[in-house]
Design a protein around this ligand. Structure first.
Ligand SMILES: [Zn+2]
Length: 76
């Protein structure tokens, strides 16, 4: 599996890989294999999800949205 870091379309710097198929740039752009470049927003949470492909189980990056509740919990 090649470690091919993308070049950010916004600022031209090399992006950093968080998971396979998911890369981030300091300027706020991210890249995901199936959707391409997108702008990160503060409510995005990146996680790995197990997906069964044929007989193999793969870990694929997924984007989740933080649930906004009436009592936001600061879990940092
Ligand atoms: Zn950038």
């Amino acid at each position: 599996m090649g470690n091919s870091n993308r070049i950010c379309i916004n600022c031209g710097r090399k992006m950093k890989q968080q998971f396979i198929g998911l890369q981030h740039c300091n300027c706020g752009m991210s890249w995901k294999k199936d959707i391409g470049f997108f702008q990160r927003t503060p409510d995005m949470v990146f996680a790995l999800q197990r997906v069964t492909v044929g007989k193999k189980v793969k870990l694929l990056p997924v984007i989740r949205r933080k649930q906004s509740t009436c009592n936001p919990v600061d879990d940092e």
